[in-house]
Design a protein around this ligand. Sequence first.
Ligand SMILES: *Cc1c(COP(=O)(O)O)cnc(C)c1O
Length: 495
Amino acid sequence: MEAQVHTASPLAPAWLDVPADLNALSSAIWAGDVQRGSSGELTIDGIPVSELKKQFGTPLFVMSEPDFRNRARAFKDAFDEAFKDICGGVDVYYAGKSFLCTAVAAWVADEGLRLDTCSGGELAVAARAGIPGRDLSLHGNNKSDAEINRALDMGVGRIVVDSVDELDRVAAIASQRGDAAKVMLRLTPGVHAHTHEFIATAHEDQKFGLSMAEDSTDQAGLSAAEQAVAAATAHKGIELLGLHCHIGSQIFEPDGFALAAEKLLVFLAAMQEKYGIALPELDLGGGYGIAYTPVDTPRPPAEIAAAMASVVRSTCTRLGITAPRISIEPGRAIVGSTTFTLYEVGTLKTVRVDAPAGDGAGNDAGAANVTYPRRYVSVDGGMSDNARPVLYDADYSAVLASRSSVAAPQLSRVVGKHCESGDIVVRDVYLPEDVAAGDLLAVPGTGAYCWALSSNYNYLARPGIVAVRNGAARLIVRGETEEDLLNRDMGVAND
Ligand SMILES: *Cc1c(COP(=O)(O)O)cnc(C)c1O
């Protein structure tokens, strides 16, 4: 049979091509063990999605455990290799905020990574998973005294301090305990990385971090970053390990990371010299991008590691300093692509829409009544299990999962069941025109910041997560029940 060529809908964004085969799965977007079985149904490590639906219901997050482990190990191995001659290797902290449960925390430790937390709750998960405190870091711009105490109780390897104010608080709490807190200072190097470019600015107008720009409010004109170094050096309750930065998220080009590394090394060398101290550690944060759609082009970890190592090496040589021990904090790049969300299709409707002006489809502005179809495909979840399209205008893709189809592609919009017109899961995707109620749909790339940001909006129960390994699926977080939803409701007062 000859493949039919279909033209793009004028309603589709310019980046979205009509796929040659709607049944194909791009290996850049899907976990390695997701495939179409001989019947055409989507399978993960041989398990058909209809089985998962039968056993666990929908919506459901479906995660590949080997894929998670492979990606975690890939970061560790690539960065160790690139930095072994510079600082003996790299400490990789998985950013737990992207997705965390005890099973995942245990895999992280198994693969030789450490764990980055940013709240008492995340510390509790780490403790339950049996991660030793020395392999943990604690972040956050507004840590409570209770969280600081908990970190000290657990012997957390480093508290990443975000402001001069917080430094004083950590110092006071630690001294009171007769302790010294191991601290890194989070700096804002003025490098803002975007997906395709980065911009450098002198001043920082955001809640995170200590600015490296000269501060007119300080009598000596010291930057907030230097004020913190000076204060940390003076405090008995602080053991200053080094410096930290995190320049953004979903970044593809390594240039931004390299520029930030250079700026921090220059500052680190200056502080060592001026204050006669050693700053043995430098953390360069996370933010490595993944593929959500066919146009995203993430770099392999080895390529990013090599670019960063080259800058760290040359900058340390130029400054004549011993390279600090480097660490990184990837979250999305480890967990994002390991997971897809399985939904059941419900209501379908097609609307006709005017083409945007200048669409190149011969639909000149003013041409009468030329409209194009857009199909709305409603699924049984939505913004409560994936808030990223609403929060960040994030793009995703989707495929028909319960079967394959040779029907023609139709420009579709996958939407949820919430009471918001912005409740969109996939804004633009070509799906087979025979998609019908009862079909299963799968949305890949939902491992990071989806379950983690989930809510009970409209009293929907948050979905569970199954991990698949060796042809078997097990729940690592069970889905909520209606009872869970009503549990905290204290009822109608009778008196
Ligand atoms: C969010 C965050 C990360 C992880 O970011 P990803 O984009 O998921 O890699 C790492 N470090 C800090 C400080 C963060 O806030």
